[in-house]
Design a protein around this ligand. Structure first.
Ligand code: GUN
Length: 294
C-alpha cells in the first residue's frame, strides 16, 4: 500500500483564497481592512524567513501588514511599550510576536501583554484557558492547520484514536484541545512517554510534533493511519545543501500509512494561512461583526 499524500500546499492556497474573498467582503460591506502586526526581535534566520512569508501572504490576502523589526538587544520595556501601542492601534487587529525571543526577554511577560482580542497566535493565557475550557477562543495557527489537513481525509474525527507526540504550548497542548473539541479520543505523548511504538500502534491519527528528525518509524504505525508531521528539521548533507525532514520517517511511513503530510509542503504551509484566518476572525470580533465564513 502507498499512502495518499496530503497536499498542504494546495489546501493552504485554497484557504488563502477563501480568506481573500472574505477580506474583500468586509472591506466592501463594512469599510474594514483587517490588519496584522508582526514583531521580530533580532536576526534568527528561520524567523526572518517566516516573518517575510507572513508579510507577503497578509498583503496578498488584501489585509494590512505592519512589520516591526527590533534589534537583538531591545529592552523589555521598549518591547512592552510597542505592544501597548499596537494594542491601542485601531488599524491593528492581530499581533504576533515571533518566537523564540532572545534570552534577555521574558517570553511569558511579553505574551501576557498582548490584548487577548488581538492574540492571533492563541498563546495568551486567556485564549489558552478558554480553548482548554471548550470555549470560543483564538487558537494557535499550526494546530488549526493540523485539524484542517486531517479533515481533508476524514469529514468527522468523532471517536477516532489520536496520538499527539509533543506537548509544547504552540502545538501539542492546543492540538490536544482541538482534537477533543472534534470528539476524538486523545493520547498525549512526549519525550518521557514509555513505549511510544505501542502507543502509536493504537492510533488512527498520528501527530508528530517533537522536533526530532524522523523519530516516528514506519513500523510504529497502524496500517492505514493518517499521519500529520509537524516537524521541520534541517539536516546537514555532506557536500550538499541542508535537507528538510519531518519528525516521521517519510519513506517508511508511506508503505504503512493511509495518508501522510510531506515535509516540506504539508503542515508548514497551513500555519500562515491559519494566521490569516485568525486575523480576519479577530478583526470581525473586534468590530462586532458576525464570524467570517472561513
Ligand atoms: N515560531 C515558530 N512558529 C511560530 C508561531 O506559530 N508563532 C510565533 N509567534 N512564533 C513562531
Amino acid at each position: 500500500m502507498t499512502a495518499r499524500i496530503i497536499d498542504g500546499k494546495a489546501i493552504a492556497a485554497e484557504l488563502r483564497t477563501r480568506v481573500a474573498d472574505e477580506v474583500a467582503r468586509v472591506k466592501r460591506d463594512h469599510a474594514l481592512t483587517p490588519g496584522l502586526a508582526v514583531v521580530l526581535v533580532g536576526h534568527d534566520p528561520a524567523s526572518e524567513v517566516y516573518v517575510r512569508s507572513k508579510h507577503t501572504q497578509t498583503q496578498a490576502a488584501g489585509m494590512a501588514s505592519f512589520e516591526h523589526k527590533l534589534p537583538e538587544d531591545v529592552s523589555q520595556a521598549d518591547l512592552l511599550a510597542l505592544i501597548a501601542r499596537l494594542n491601542r492601534d485601531p488599524l491593528v487587529h492581530g499581533i504576533l510576536v515571533q518566537l523564540p525571543l532572545p534570552k534577555s526577554l521574558h517570553t511569558e511577560t511579553i505574551i501576557n501583554a498582548i490584548d487577548p482580542a488581538k492574540d492571533v497566535d492563541g498563546l495568551h493565557p486567556n485564549n489558552a484557558g478558554r480553548l482548554a475550557g471548550g470555549l470560543a477562543a483564538l487558537s494557535p495557527c499550526t494546530p488549526l492547520g493540523c485539524i484542517i489537513l486531517t479533515k481533508s481525509v476524514y469529514a468527522s474525527l468523532e471517536g477516532m484514536n489520536a496520538i499527539v507526540i509533543g506537548r509544547s504550548n504552540l502545538v501539542g497542548r492546543p492540538l490536544v484541545q482541538l482534537l477533543l473539541n472534534e470528539n476524538a479520543t486523545v493520547t498525549i505523548a512526549h519525550s518521557r512517554s514509555r513505549d511510544l511504538p505501542k502507543l502509536c500502534a493504537q492510533a488512527d491519527l498520528v501527530y508528530a510534533a517533537v522536533g526530532r528528525p524522523e523519530m516516528v518509524r514506519g513500523d510504529w504505525l497502524k496500517p492505514g493511519a493518517t499521519v500529520i508531521d509537524v516537524g521541520i528539521n534541517r539536516i546537514a548533507v555532506p557536500g550538499g545543501k541542508p535537507k528538510l525532514v519531518g519528525d516521521v520517517a517519510f519513506q517508511e511511513a508511506l508503505n504503512v500509512a493511509g495518508a501522510i503530510t510531506p515535509v516540506p509542503g504539508g503542515v508548514g504551509q497551513m500555519t500562515v494561512a491559519c494566521l490569516l484566518v485568525n486575523t480576519l476572525r479577530a478583526a470581525c470580533a473586534i468590530h462586532g461583526l458576525p464570524a467570517p465564513a472561513v
